[in-house]
Design a protein around this ligand. Structure first.
Ligand SMILES: Nc1nc2c(c(=O)[nH]1)N=C([C@H](O)[C@@H](O)CO)CN2
Length: 132
């Protein structure tokens, strides 16, 4: 399985369970790994054959900044479902970091994995061989 990734994406949004959190934007840091077979894109050198990390970034910025949730869990699930549906991503790992939420210099948040990693495509390797 190949990976297309985005790391350190900073997006400001309204998020939190407390009243004071509902009135001020604060930054979240997103890290994203997306399963993508890069063979075709590598062969054609065409962005149309690639999972476009710029398009994914723009979509994330839009949905994170426009929506308001209380929990980082809810936002993470929202982003994962949206990206998988709109970009046809079979598997992803999303880290959502809310820096400073419990104290200066402390990172808190969630890491979620959704979907199935693609089957082993190695020549001559059967699915039953993959775990050996
Ligand atoms: N598992 C979670 N715990 C907490 C969250 C959250 O989103 N998920 N949020 C908060 C507050 O909003 C926090 O960021 C500030 O006190 C607390 N715990």
């Amino acid at each position: 399985m190949d990976i297309v990734f985005i790391r350190g994406l900073r997006i400001e949004t309204i998020i939190g369970i407390h009243d004071w959190e509902k009135h001020a934007r604060r930054p979240l840091i997103l890290d994203l790994e997306m399963a993508s077979d890069i063979a075709r894109a590598a062969a054609t050198d065409r962005i149309a054959d690639a999972l476009d990390y710029d398009a994914v970034t723009r979509r994330l910025v839009h949905t994170v900044s426009e929506n308001r949730f209380e929990l980082v869990e809810t936002l993470a699930e929202h982003c994962a479902a949206l990206l998988r549906e709109e970009f046809g991503i079979p598997w992803l790992r999303l880290t959502l970091n809310k820096p400073g939420a419990v104290g200066e210099g402390v990172d808190v948040g969630v890491v979620i994995e959704r979907g199935e990693r693609s089957a082993n495509k190695a020549v001559g390797v059967q699915p039953s061989d993959a775990s050996r």
